[in-house]
Design a protein around this ligand. Structure first.
Ligand code: PMP
Length: 326
C-alpha cells in the first residue's frame, strides 16, 4: 500500500468484518464495517473530511480560519484532528450529557470545548443552534453544520456505499444502521439502491428517537429514552430528507448493552452503544429475511469513549440495565 496523505488520507477504506457467531446463529452473513478503524476512531471522520475539504474548495475556510460545530462528540473529534493537521482553530459546542471521555479527548486534540445544557432542537439554546450563532459572530469562521450540510451524506454516497458494494462483490441484501445526522444512512442507501434497487435499507433506532415511528407511519413521535450517544433524532434533517428507507427496527437499551458485551466477548470487538444498536438490528433483520442473506451494518466507534458508562456495571445498574453473564 503506498504512503497515505497523513490523517485525511487514512480516512475510509475500512475493512468489512464477518461476525462469526452471529452469522452462524442466523444462517446469514452478518458483516460489520469497521468504522472505528478510521484514524479519529469513528464513522464521523468521513463527514469531517468532506465538510472541511468542501469549505476549502469554496474558499469559505482559509488559513488561520476557525471551524465551529455542534456535535455529540465524534464529528468534533474528526474535525479537531483535521483542524490540527491543517492549522485551523476548532470550537466544539457539545451537550453536557455526552461522555467525559469525548470531552477530554477533544481538549487533548486542541479543540476549544464549550459544554452546554442539553436542550431540544426546537429550543433556541439547542447546541446546534448555539454553534450556528457562534460561527456568525466569529471572523473567518465556518459552521460545519453536519446535520443539514449535504456534503455529509455525499461522503457516504461517494465512499462508504461504494466500499460496501466492492467488498461484498455486490452480494449485499440489506443495509441496516442507526442515524444521528442521517448522513451515513442517506448516503449509503442511495449508493446501494442505485446499484441494486432490491437492497433492503433499514433504519435502526434507539428509544427516545422519533424516527422509528417516522419510517413506520410518517409521523415523528418518540417514546422512552436511551443511554446511547450520537444517534436518534427528533427531526428529519436535510441529510436524511428523501432517503429510500424500507423499514425500521427499534432496539431497547438492554438489547444494545447485551450485544455490545457479546461483541466484546465473542468477537473481541470493543465498540460503543450505537454499534450495539446496529448489530442487534442487523440480527433482527437477518431473522426476518431468513438464512442465506448478506446483511451489512456499521461498527461506528470504539468502546474506549464509554469506559465510565457502558463499561461501568454500577452506572448501568443505576439505570436498570445489567452486564450479561458470560
Ligand atoms: N454512531 C455514533 C457513535 C455517532 O457518533 C454517530 C454520529 N453522531 C452515528 C452513529 C450516526 O451517524 P450519522 O450522523 O451519519 O447519522
Amino acid at each position: 500500500m503506498p504512503a497515505l496523505d497523513g490523517f485525511i488520507g487514512a480516512i475510509g477504506n475500512t475493512p468489512l468484518l464477518r461476525l462469526g457467531k452471529l452469522s452462524a446463529e442466523t444462517g446469514c452473513e452478518i458483516l460489520g464495517k469497521a468504522e472505528f478503524m478510521n484514524p479519529g476512531g469513528s464513522v464521523k471522520d468521513r463527514a469531517a473530511r468532506y465538510i472541511i475539504e468542501d469549505a476549502e474548495r469554496r474558499g469559505t475556510l482559509s488559513p488561520g480560519g476557525t471551524v465551529i460545530e455542534g456535535t455529540a462528540g465524534n464529528t468534533g473529534i474528526g474535525l479537531a484532528h483535521i483542524c490540527a493537521a491543517r492549522g485551523y482553530r476548532c470550537v466544539i459546542v457539545i451537550p453536557e450529557t455526552q461522555s467525559q471521555e469525548k470531552m477530554d479527548l477533544l481538549r487533548v486534540l486542541g479543540a476549544d470545548v464549550r459544554p452546554v445544557p442539553a436542550a431540544p432542537y426546537k429550543d433556541a439554546n439547542n447546541y446546534q443552534k448555539i454553534a450556528g450563532r457562534l460561527a456568525q459572530e466569529t471572523d473567518n469562521a465556518i459552521w460545519a453544520n453536519q446535520f443539514d450540510n449535504l456534503v455529509n451524506r455525499q461522503a457516504h454516497y461517494e465512499t462508504t456505499g461504494p466500499e460496501i458494494w466492492r467488498d461484498t462483490d455486490g452480494r449485499v441484501d440489506a443495509f441496516v444502521c442507526a442515524t444521528g445526522t442521517g448522513g451515513t444512512l442517506a448516503g449509503v442507501a442511495r449508493s446501494l439502491k442505485e446499484r441494486k434497487p432490491e437492497v433492503k435499507t433499514v433504519l435502526a433506532d434507539p428509544y427516545g428517537s422519533g424516527l422509528y415511528h417516522f419510517v413506520k407511519s410518517g409521523e415523528i413521535k418518540s417514546e422512552g429514552s436511551s443511554i446511547t450517544e450520537g444517534i436518534g433524532s427528533s427531526r428529519v434533517t436535510a441529510n436524511l430528507e428523501g432517503t429510500p428507507i424500507d423499514d425500521a427496527v427499534r432496539i431497547d437499551d438492554q438489547t444494545c448493552v447485551t450485544m455490545v458485551y457479546r461483541l466484546l466477548r465473542e468477537e473481541g470487538l470493543f465498540v460503543g452503544g450505537s454499534t450495539g444498536i446496529n448489530v442487534a438490528a442487523a440480527v433482527q433483520v437477518a431473522r426476518e429475511m431468513g438464512p442465506g442473506h448478506t446483511i451489512v451494518t456499521l461498527l461506528c466507534d470504539r468502546g474506549s469513549l464509554y469506559f465510565a458508562r457502558l463499561f461501568n456495571s454500577e452506572w448501568l445498574r443505576q439505570r436498570g440495565l445489567h452486564v450479561p453473564q458470560s
